[in-house]
Design a protein around this ligand. Structure first.
Ligand code: PLP
Length: 431
């Protein structure tokens, strides 16, 4: 073998042995992930079959896109897979943030309140929520009220404060399933089911909204199968299966999804127009592939957790913990370790491996951020990628991997970089 990674044969072999040890340990956890993938694969195929997905559905449309049967059936298939009354799946959603924004603007009116019960939402949503008078037409600028209840120090929901916060103008309860880029737990679908039950027992007509980004297909069921009214996610994350080129989805009740559709296009028009151009087949095929690809990424995360834990780093979630999203956090404690890790992930990419990421001041972020994103789809994060703000305690968030072998290669390449930079020491493996 004369691969680049073989330059230092003995080190690579040592790392491979370490990984094999971690794999042996995680064997049971891997099998659980594979079982979930099988069930979800069958669930997706059965939805395709029920709706008689056919070659002609992939044709796409131009202009207004009236009567695009492929688009209509795509919505039905998504709704079916997610156990929702309706869905809106479109390449016209420019990002996850845009999708979530349409969902929230669809159902909230001036005077209504949005209450996030899982603490501060994902960074890019802060501007969507905005402030009264920000002049951007954010939710609060339009007169929608906003409040949030922080998570308890141990990561759970603060029910005392949530109960106190729900009031007569509370219209939407916001829940973020994934940890995002916070050192906290993610919320499983069963925990989300409890949230639904509890908030609806306090106020029966609230709309429970779930930001489902990174969560799809990591469990057997989705939030809309446990009473969530509205949920949204990105097609360049889990449900796009690595091949949907752009887009987002919204799923939920007929009423809520229709309201969101009027935000995406125009009131009265909704989901009835919108040319799919050439995107339809890749969105269908991406959904078909998603359960398997999500399992590959999750197994990669488990491996990373098992390995880095073995080397003495704190991880979240731990390798044996139940997973409900793709994200694996590793706490490095030192900036140079974190940077070497992220650079190593980039070095392992099939695309742009020659680029060395450096921390930079990204607009909208308080600290410099370093990102590894050698991806086929720009910013696609079902693909192996890593992000980290350069601040204490120096946590790297990694996710994705279209194949387990790539995720493993990424983790080992990152480790190799840490060892070669003299940042960590590993006992050499000898035969
Ligand atoms: C990615 C993500 C978003 C926003 O999606 P973008 O495509 O980055 O705009 C929102 N919430 C969560 C939890 C996410 O992971």
């Amino acid at each position: 073998m004369n691969n680049e990674h073989q330059v230092n044969n003995q080190l690579w072999e040592t790392l491979e042995r370490l990984a094999e040890g971690a794999e042996d340990k995680a064997n049971e956890a891997f099998r659980k992930v594979e079982r979930i993938a099988e069930r979800n694969q069958w669930k997706v195929i059965e939805a395709f079959k029920r709706h008689q997905v056919s070659d002609y559905h992939f044709a796409g449309s131009t202009g207004y896109g009236y009567n695009d049967r492929g688009r209509e059936v795509l919505d039905l298939v998504y709704a079916d897979v997610f156990g929702a009354e309706a869905a809106l799946v479109r390449p016209h959603f420019a990002s996850g943030t845009h999708t979530i924004s349409c969902a929230l603007f669809g159902v909230l009116r001036p005077g209504d309140e949005l209450l996030y019960v899982t603490g501060k939402p994902y960074d890019t949503l802060h501007k969507v929520i905005g402030k009264l008078g920000d002049g951007m037409g954010s939710l609060q600028d339009w007169g929608v009220k906003y409040s949030e209840v922080a998570l308890l120090p141990e990561g759970g929901l603060d029910w005392d404060r949530i109960e106190g916060a729900i009031n007569e103008s509370t219209k939407v309860i916001g829940v973020q399933r994934s940890r995002g880029y916070d050192w906290r737990a993610s919320f499983t679908v069963s925990e989300i089911a409890d949230i639904v039950k509890r908030v609806k027992s306090i106020k029966a007509d609230v709309i429970v909204f779930v930001d489902n980004c990174y969560g799809e297909f990591t469990e057997l069921i989705e939030p809309t199968q446990v009473g969530v009214d509205l949920m949204a996610g990105s097609l360049i994350k889990n449900p796009g299966g690595g091949i949907a080129e752009t887009g987002g989805y919204i799923a939920g009740t007929h009423v809520a999804v229709e309201a969101a559709s009027y935000r995406l296009t125009a009131p009265g028009i909704g989901g009835e127009v919108g040319a799919m151009l050439g995107t339809t087949r890749s969105i269908y095929q991406g959904l078909f592939l998603a359960p398997h690809l999500v399992s590959q990424a999750v197994k990669g995360s488990i491996l990373a957790a098992a390995l880095f834990e073995e080397l003495g780093f704190e991880t979240k979630p731990k390798w044996q913990e139940t997973r409900t999203d793709l994200i694996q956090a590793v706490r490095f404690g030192q900036a140079d370790h974190l940077i070497a890790f992220v650079q190593g992930i980039q070095q392992a990419a099939a695309v742009d491996a020659h680029v060395v990421p450096e921390p930079w001041d990204m607009p909208g972020y308080e600290n410099a951020v370093i990102m590894a994103a050698g991806t086929f789809i720009q910013g696609g994060s079902l693909e192996l990628s890593a992000d980290a703000p350069i601040r204490e305690p120096y946590i790297a968030y990694m996710q994705g991997g279209l194949t387990y072998a790539h995720a493993k290669y990424g983790v080992l390449t990152a480790l190799k970089r840490l060892v070669e930079s003299g940042l960590i020491v590993i006992k050499p493996y000898t035969t």
